[in-house]
Design a protein around this ligand. Structure first.
Ligand code: BES
Ligand code: MN
Ligand code: ZN
Length: 539
């Protein structure tokens, strides 16, 4: 979709649909909506008065232009934003997602809308991006573009029948009322596009079936990202992994005919001396469970067991597109988990890259095995912080439902920072404890540890296992098994792969790039507020 930014009057836009928003419960029309209302002989006001349109979040009303009315657009679409005092960037994303979808489904090819929000200089800081009062034009336009791109997403490459019936919106025009805000809006739109496309990139990788997206395919995607001069890509094949001693990932790969790949991406946006942020993403391109095979029901969803790795790819790609002044390492251990004749069996003992031995109790607890080697490898970079992201445990769905990522780690301030990034990005994370007591559950009688800790606290014992491979790194783990797949359509999330993770990781990196670390700010750390003009561009 083409996205244009311009100044002018939205009343004069000639698109297929002009999109206007309204706060719930407010009885009068203001600004441009009032101007439209006049040209439409009060028909928008009638919708409000009759109670047909209340402004409830995501509510849509369509008003067609009648002959003789002085409006060049074909129709006006009203979308509800919910209550003004509960306004937030997330509500903007949701309203925009719903509206863009509705407009596309009407058959419209173009939409024009208006960005509200003041310029940064006239707006008090909102802190976590919540509350409409503090929303700047940049933030608002970013959220609008994210909402539109995410809401409009469709996965159609395998449809051959009625393929011509797939509707697409070709053009979105963002009209800026206040000419002083144009620069900010352009930045917001660019950021929104990069972030939105990061999520749809993840969705595509996860929605494509596992007979297409293999570890080799992932390695090739990584190589494509490395066409950017600031990104280096190295791919280890099975024999190189053997030489290094990556017995844990190789143990998972044994049952599959698809060759495993261990992908290393290095993005350099800061000086060579600066320690990197390291990201590790679980990339099981299909999880059958292995010898401890999964039940057939919903097993097809396990093609998305590579969401973590895809999110890391997307985050590195976005860091490069944004030219973030950071060094970032992406580690993507990729393999299938299959029950072949040579597959790892329950009771087998693997020697990981770290030298630690692991008794495999359940071959379906494979994510932590590949992450063990991924984390050990990443820790060797002596990263400032180490974050892994993984569709790791069904227990996370039990604990948090489908509305939060689980976050655990060995450093409170990193957990706080990730939670803040998730809140800002619209991908919320919620903490679980990682106390000493849980470690008893993963003690083995024959090896250094075992790969499952039984049913109680399954998300926690999985994280406890991971913690044994991070050395002395400041580390946190994001369990996205609860949020990577959606069984129903939501405001801007379609059925199927949600693309979760990319937005949180990118926000986390952006915040680090601008020094706006919520943890640091909460501690009153002045350094946390420092902002150079160059860095401010990515906020
Ligand atoms: N990929 C699964 C976890 C998962 C479950 C992701 C549901 C998305 C939705 C993981 O590899 C797995 O199988 N975990 C097991 C661990 C158990 C055997 C200790 C689980 O959660 O059942
Ligand atoms: Mn599994
Ligand atoms: Zn898995």
């Amino acid at each position: 979709m083409e996205i244009a930014v311009k100044t002018g009057r939205i009343e004069d836009e000639a698109s297929d649909a002009v999109l206007l928003s309204h706060w719930e419960g407010e009885k009068t029309l203001t600004g441009e909506t009032a101007a439209f209302n006049t040209r439409l002989k009060g028909r928008l006001g009638e919708l409000l008065k009759s109670g047909e349109f209340t402004g409830r979040l995501g509510q849509i009303s369509v008003v067609h232009i009648a002959p003789g009315e002085r409006v060049r657009a074909k129709r006006v679409v009203l979308v509800g934003l919910g209550r003004r005092k509960e306004g937030s960037l997330e509500k903007i994303r949701q309203a925009m997602g719903k509206a863009a979808k509705a407009i596309r489904d009407l058959g419209a090819k173009s939409l024009s809308t208006l960005v509200h929000g003041r310029t940064a200089s006239t707006t008090p800081r909102s802190g976590n991006g919540g509350g409409s009062r503090g929303v700047t034009a940049r933030e608002a336009s970013r959220a609008m573009v994210e909402g539109a791109l995410l809401g409009l997403y469709q996965f159609t490459p395998y449809r051959t029948e009625q393929a011509d019936e797939v509707k697409t919106l070709k053009r979105m025009t963002v009209v800026v009322g206040d000419a002083r805000a144009v620069g900010e809006v352009r930045e917001g739109v660019r950021l929104g596009r990069i972030v939105g496309e990061a999520s749809t990139f993840v969705r595509d990788l996860c929605n494509h079936p596992a007979n297409v997206v293999t570890p080799t395919y992932i390695a090739n995607e990584a190589r494509k990202i490395a066409k950017d001069t600031r990104v280096r890509c190295k791919v280890l094949d099975r024999s190189q992994m053997q030489r290094l001693g990556m017995g844990a990932i190789l143990g998972v790969a044994r049952g599959s005919h698809e060759p495993p790949k261990f992908v290393i991406l290095e993005y350099r946006g800061a000086s060579r001396a600066e320690r990197p942020v390291a990201l590790v993403g679980k990339t099981i391109t299909f999880d059958s469970g292995g010898i401890s095979i999964k039940p057939a029901e919903n097993m097809e969803q396990m093609k998305a067991d590579m969401t973590g790795g895809a999110a890391v790819l997307a985050a590195i790609r976005a860091a490069a597109r944004l030219r973030l002044p950071l060094n970032v390492i992406g580690i993507i251990p990729a393999t299938e988990n299959m029950p072949g004749g040579r597959a790892t069996k329950p009771g087998d003992i693997l020697t990981s890259l770290s030298g630690k031995t692991i008794e495999v109790i359940n071959t379906d607890a494979e994510g932590r095995l590949i992450l063990a080697d991924g984390l050990t490898y990443a820790a060797r970079y002596k990263p400032k912080v180490l974050v892994d992201i993984a569709t790791l445990t069904g227990a996370c769905v039990v604990a948090l439902g489908n509305h939060a990522i689980g976050v655990l780690g060995n450093n409170e301030s990193l957990i706080t920072e990730l939670r803040a990034a998730g809140e800002q990005a619209g991908e919320r994370a919620w903490p679980l404890p990682l106390w000493e007591e849980y470690y008893d559950q993963i003690k083995s009688d024959v090896a250094d540890m075992k790969n499952t800790g039984g049913r109680p606290g399954g998300t926690i014992t999985a994280a406890a296992f991971l913690s044994k491979f991070v050395g002395d790194a400041v580390w946190a783990h994001l369990d996205i098994a609860s949020t990577d797949w959606s069984d129903r359509e939501r405001a801007y999330i379609p059925k199927g792969a949600t693309g979760v993770g990319a937005r949180l990781l990118i926000q986390f990196l952006c915040n680090r790039a601008t020094g706006r670390r919520a943890g640091a700010r909460a501690n009153g750390d002045r350094a946390g507020r420092r902002r150079s003009p160059r860095k401010a561009a990515v906020r």
